[in-house]
Design a protein around this ligand. Structure first.
Ligand SMILES: C[S@@+](CC[C@H](N)C(=O)[O-])C[C@H]1O[C@@H](n2cnc3c(N)ncnc32)[C@H](O)[C@@H]1O
Length: 266
């Protein structure tokens, strides 16, 4: 049985499919999903069930419940808050597991991975399930451009056991010194590619970013994986990225630069 952690009420900015996940008890949701997936019995479902067992071992359900209560009541709650949807563990983790699969993470040797714009941390947890070690990075808590209230993203990352460091991607600015170089960098649905006045990055800004990641963040031979937002890139930028990448899917806007240091960025 799935019990409520918080009595449900109207959330105008959250899609109906997330309501169960937002209001219910974390442990009930996860246990019910494990049962469902195990009963289905297909290989991918059994792998998802294993993931949710791994999650149950990692996350303190009582602390998760306290976060739900805080986010869903005054003074943190706001009816305009679109990020409450990230309290739904099942849908977000399953979508990030699928993404981890689509970029081949289950088959890779353990990687040191930097996830830029990690947000609530679902993708880093999916990557760690497959044996990788992930550092999340995001705008600092309280930055006015962050959409979460009450540091929801930082709190979720902590609950999920993901280290998250402050970092801002800014046109023509090198990323900060992040220490040891990484085997892979991901940036998934991170709206960094616009200037403060809303104009989108051009080829020069993208070229600077790619070279900076290649020269200052990745190991030689490391990979960069981007999932871009529709509406955040011009046609010319798409052409530029797609013709230099090792893989670029125009529908999902998933762009892969395998062994970035060996690719021409001119
Ligand atoms: C839509 S969320 C995506 C979160 C996560 N990557 C995912 O796929 O679920 C976008 C995240 O990017 C972060 N972000 C936006 N602009 C950024 C910038 N210029 N530098 C770093 N992070 C940024 C936001 O704070 C937010 O956490």
């Amino acid at each position: 049985m799935i019990r409520n952690r918080v009595a449900p009420f109207d959330l105008p900015k959250v899609k109906p499919e997330h309501r169960l996940g937002v209001f219910s008890r974390f442990e009930d949701l996860v246990v019910a999903r494990i049962k469902e997936l195990t009963a289905n019995g297909s290989k991918p479902d059994l792998e998802r069930a294993r993931f949710f067992r791994f999650l149950l071992d990692r996350v303190d359900p009582e602390a998760y419940g306290r976060l739900q209560e805080e986010q869903l009541s005054a003074p943190v709650f706001s009816a305009d808050n679109r990020t409450l949807k990230y309290l739904d563990p099942i849908r977000w983790f399953e979508s990030k597991l699928a993404l981890a699969h689509s970029v081949g993470l289950p088959e890779r040797q353990p990687l040191r991975l930097l996830d830029i714009g990690a947000g609530p941390g679902h993708f880093p947890v999916a990557a760690e399930f497959y044996g990788h070690v992930v550092t999340g990075a995001d705008l600092p808590a309280g930055d006015p451009r962050r959409l979460d209230q009450g540091d929801l993203f930082g709190r979720l990352c902590s609950l999920f056991g993901i280290k998250c460091v402050p970092l801002e991607v800014l046109a023509f600015s090198p990323l900060p010194d992040l220490g040891e170089p990484y085997d892979a960098v991901t940036a998934l649905l991170v709206k960094f590619s616009a200037h403060a006045d809303g104009t989108l990055w051009g080829l020069d800004e993208w070229g600077f970013f790619l070279r900076d990641v290649r020269d200052n963040v990745l190991k030689p031979g490391g990979d960069l994986i981007l999932k871009l937002n529709n509406g955040m890139i011009t046609d010319a930028v798409w052409q530029y990225l797609a013709t230099r990448a090792t893989g670029a899917d125009p529908k999902s806007k998933l762009v892969r630069f395998d062994r970035l240091s060996q690719l021409s960025l001119d």
